[in-house]
Design a protein around this ligand. Structure first.
Ligand code: FMN
Length: 328
C-alpha cells in the first residue's frame, strides 16, 4: 500500500491534500471534516488587511444573495467580517480541534504595522503562515518593479517577526515570475503557493452595473500552476504548493509529477463537499499501487522542466510546434 505522508515546509502531513483558504476554512466543523476525510493540513480563511476587508465583504454579500436559494451553498459562503481578535480565536480553536497542521493566512497589500498580526498568529499556535499577496495593481503611476519591491518588503517584515514557516501565495500576474520566486527564496520563505485566483467583476446588462462574480474554477485552469510548478521545481529551495483547478486524483498526481509538494483544494470541495477528499486520496493510492510506487517522493518533480527529456515542452517552442502541427 502506497504511503502518502508528505513533508511540507518542515511539517509532517499525513497526505499531500490541503484544504485551501476559502469559505469552508473558517468553521471548526469543516476543518475537522477535512481532517477526518484525509486532509494533510488546513489553511484558514485569510485575515484581511483593513482596506481590503470591506471590499471583499461587499463582494461576498452579493454572493450570499445568490446562494440564498440553496441552503447548502449558504454554508459555503458564511458572512466574513472577521476581525483580528476573532481570527486569533479561530487559530486557537483550530489548533485544539485538529492534529494535522493548521496554516493561518494573512492578506497583505502594503507594508504596515499590521505585520504585528503575524506575531499574534504565531502566538495563537499556528503551525505556519500563508502570506496572501492578493491585490489588483491598477495604479498607472506604479511600476512592476515598485509593486515587487513592496511585496518583498511585506514578506521580509513578516519573516522578521515570526519563526514558524512562511508560505507566500502569489497571483500569476508577474512579468518575470521565476525571478520574483527566487527573490522570495532569498528572503527565506519556506513555501510558494501557485496561484491565487481573483474575483473577476462582470457587467450586468439588466442592472447596467458592475456585477462581482466568484465562479468555481474549471479543471483547465490547473494547467497554469502546472506549468509554473514544473518550471520552478528544483530552481527554488521553497516547497511549491499547487492551487487552482484541481478536482481529482489525476489532477493531484500531475501537480506532484510537475514538482508540487502539496496540492490545495477549494472549489472541488465547495462543489462536491468535503468527503470528496477521501475519493481523491483513494484514487491517488489506487494509481500508485497499480504502478508499484510506494511513496510520493518517488514521483515528485519527475516531470518537472529540469527532469523531462524535452524541457522545451513547457515553453514557447512546444507551443509554436503545437500550433503549426494543428494548423490553428
Ligand atoms: C469563496 C472563496 C473564498 C476564498 N478566500 C480566500 C482567502 O481568504 N484567502 C486566500 O488566500 N484564498 C482564498 N480563496 C482562494 C482559494 O484558496 C484558492 O486558491 C482558489 O479558489 C483556487 O483554488 P480552487 O480552484 O481549488 O478553487 C478563496 C476562494 C473561494 C472560492
Amino acid at each position: 500500500m502506497a504511503e502518502l505522508v508528505t513533508e511540507y515546509m518542515g511539517l509532517a502531513l499525513p497526505s499531500p491534500l490541503v484544504l485551501a483558504s476559502c469559505a469552508l476554512s473558517n468553521r471548526i466543523e469543516n476543518l475537522q471534516a477535512a481532517e477526518g476525510h484525509g486532509a494533510g493540513a488546513v489553511v484558514l480563511r485569510s485575515l484581511f488587511e483593513e482596506q481590503l476587508e470591506s471590499a471583499t465583504s461587499a463582494l461576498e454579500e452579493e454572493l450570499l444573495g445568490g446562494a440564498e436559494s440553496n441552503p447548502e451553498a449558504r454554508t459555503y459562503f458564511p458572512p466574513q467580517r472577521v476581525g483580528p481578535h476573532d481570527y486569533m480565536s479561530l487559530v486557537e480553536r483550530a489548533k485544539r480541534a485538529l492534529e494535522i497542521p493548521v496554516i493561518a493566512s494573512l492578506n497583505c497589500a502594503a507594508p504596515g504595522s499590521w505585520t504585528e498580526y503575524a506575531r499574534d498568529i504565531e502566538q495563537a499556535g499556528a503551525d505556519a503562515l500563508e502570506v496572501n499577496l492578493y491585490a489588483v495593481e491598477a495604479d498607472p503611476a506604479v511600476s512592476a518593479g515598485e509593486v515587487e519591491a513592496r511585496y518583498l518588503e511585506i514578506v521580509a517584515a513578516v519573516r522578521q517577526v515570526v519563526r514558524i514557516p512562511i508560505a507566500v501565495k502569489l497571483s500569476p500576474y508577474f512579468t518575470s515570475l521565476a525571478n520574483f520566486a527566487s527573490r522570495l527564496d532569498g528572503l527565506g520563505v519556506d513555501g510558494i503557493v501557485l496561484f491565487n485566483r481573483f474575483l473577476q467583476p462582470d457587467i450586468s446588462l439588466e442592472r447596467m452595473a458592475a456585477a462581482p462574480t466568484m465562479t468555481p474554477s474549471a479543471p483547465a485552469e490547473a494547467l497554469l500552476p502546472l506549468r509554473w510548478i514544473a518550471l520552478l521545481h528544483g530552481r527554488v529551495r521553497a516547497h511549491l504548493a499547487a492551487t487552482t483547478g484541481v478536482y481529482d486524483a489525476p489532477g493531484v498526481l500531475k501537480q506532484i509529477l510537475a514538482g508540487a509538494q502539496v496540492v490545495q483544494l477549494a472549489s472541488a470541495l465547495m462543489k462536491n463537499g468535503i468527503p470528496h477528499l477521501g475519493k481523491v486520496l483513494a484514487g491517488i493510492e489506487d494509481w500508485l499501487d497499480r504502478r508499484g510506487i510506494s511513496t510520493l517522493d518517488e514521483l515528485r518533480g519527475s516531470l518537472s522542466q529540469r527532469e523531462v527529456s524535452d524541457p522545451v515542452a513547457f515553453e514557447r517552442a512546444q507551443y509554436v510546434h503545437l500550433i503549426l502541427s494543428q494548423n490553428i
